[in-house]
Design a protein around this ligand. Structure first.
Ligand code: FE
Length: 194
């Protein structure tokens, strides 16, 4: 039975937090559990990328963005916000903005823009659509992430297997979503380190 975005999100939300030292062994013990918390080396802060010209302040407090573009291909993007020692950070601002199914940003209203705060286990997720390509760029989401009282990380996340990744001046492989195809759209996972 093919998985769904919902089943993968539920799996993500029900994975118990595992201490960094155990995460690797756990993942090796259960390759069928791809959504465990993976920790990278200390110092591995998420790379910054420019906001570009389409950021707007005052996005809605909303993680359900797919209704803004009902013809778009559904995707759920989810992950943790972690510190450099792989500890999940609660209460972090996570803001997304991205192009619509025609490759256009809403510069008048607030379509496909939203923010939320990580839950007590440092988790965030958005239900939205796959942004269409627009001239000059590979496919991407824009994000801002800020721990309470901390500096703002501005970055972009990319899609694996995109022909445009290689030639894109802002693309970086450490900013790739871990993507899964499901029966009702895609599920992309990324953990921010701030
Ligand atoms: Fe953009």
């Amino acid at each position: 039975m093919p998985s769904s975005r919902r089943s993968l999100l539920i799996a993500f939300l029900t994975v118990p937090l595992i201490h960094a030292a155990r995460a690797k062994a756990f993942a090796q013990a259960g390759p069928e559990l791809p959504l465990t918390l993976e920790c990278r080396d200390a110092d591995d802060l998420t790379l910054e990328r420019e906001a570009g010209p389409f950021f707007k302040p005052n996005s809605p407090h909303n993680r359900e963005l797919h209704a803004d573009a009902l013809d778009g291909e559904r995707i759920t993007v989810a992950g943790f916000v972690l510190d450099r020692r792989c500890r999940p950070l609660a209460g972090c601002l996570v803001e997304i903005w991205h192009a619509d199914e025609n490759g256009e940003y809403d510069s008048v209203g607030l379509r496909l823009r939203g923010h939320q705060f990580t839950d007590v286990q440092g988790r965030w997720w958005f239900n939205t659509i796959v942004p269409a390509l627009y001239p000059g760029r590979t496919r991407h989401f824009h994000f801002k992430v800020q721990r309470p009282g901390g500096r703002v990380l501005t970055t972009q996340l990319y899609f694996p297997g995109e022909a445009g990744n290689v030639g894109d001046r802002l693309f970086h492989e450490t900013l790739l979503l871990d993507m899964k195809e499901t029966g009702d759209g895609r599920f992309g996972r990324f953990d921010f380190v701030v």
